[in-house]
Design a protein around this ligand. Sequence first.
Ligand code: TA6
Length: 310
Amino acid sequence: MIITVTLNPSLDLNVYVDKLKKNQNNRTKNMKYDIGGKATHVSLVLSALGIENIATGIMGGNNGKRLVKMMEDRGVDCDFVFQEGDETRVTYIIVQEEVEGTFMLTEPGFSIKTETFKKLKQKLREIVQKDDLIVISGGIPPGIDIGNYRCLLNLIEDVGGILVVDTSGECLLEAVKHKPYLIKPNEIELRELVGCELTDEKLYIKELKKLNNQGIEIVALSLGEKGSIISTKNKTLRIIPPNVVQVNDTGCGDIFLGGAVSMLYQGMNLVEAFRFATAIATSKVTKMGTSEFSLKETREYMKEVIIYDV
Ligand code: TA6
C-alpha cells in the first residue's frame, strides 16, 4: 500500500490573464479551482493508474471538503483529519496566456492544534503497515514545528513504513537524517540543503552521491524544464524531457514524483520509472490546471524522453 501525507494541503485557484500589466486593471479571462499539489498529486497519479493508495493529512472547513470531493471524484481514497473551525488555505496561481511562466501566491495555512496532530499520528499508526510506501510532501503548517515533523518521521519508521520525502528547508535537513528511500529536491532546495552555490551539473552529482552514501537510495534532482538527474549509489542518469509549450508549470514536480513512485512501486527499473515520471510531468505542464495530466499523452511523450548514463 502507498499512503500519501500532505500536512498543509491547498485548494488552488488558477487565474488566467493575457499578460500581467503593472499598475493596471488586469482583467481575468478565466478562473479555475484545482487540487493543490504535494502528496495529493502523487495520489492522483496512483489512482489514475489503479494503484491502491490512501491520501491523508490535515484539512479544514468547506475548502477542505471541496478539495476532498475533487480528489474522490478522481478516484482517490481520502482519509484526512479535519480541524473544526479552520479553512484549508487557497493558493493563487496567475497563469499568463501570452507568455510562459506563472506567479504563485501561497498562504501559510491555518495553525494545527495539538489535538489535531495527535489524531493524525494515531491515524498513521492505524493505517501504516510494514513496507508500505509513505510519501510525505510539502512544508509544515503553523502549529507544527520541526520536532513534531521529526516525531512523524520516527513514527512512520517505527511502524515499518518506507519514506519518500519531497520537502525543503529545515524539513529536508531533518528528513535526510532518516535515510528515506527517495527524495526529490529541486535546485534551490539542494543548494539550501548542502549550504553552497552549485555552479554546474558535476557539482550537483557530487552532492547527490554524498546523499546516496548517507543512505538515501534514490535522489531525484528536478531541474524544471531542463529535466532531472537521478542518482543512486551505482548509477547516475541525466534525463531530458520533450520540448513542449509550457502552459502551467505548477504541480509538475509533484506529478513527476507521483509518476516515479507509481512505477518504482510496481517494480520498474530506475530508467523506466523516471522515463514515465518525466513523460507524465511533461503532459502536466501543457495543461491549464495544477493537477491535470493525460496518460495517453504520457505514453506518447515516453518515446521522446532522452535518458543517458552520466
Ligand atoms: O507544488 C505545487 C503546489 O502544491 C501547488 O499546487 C500549490 O498548492 C503550492 O505548491 C503550495 O505550495 P506550498 O509550498 O505552500 O505547500
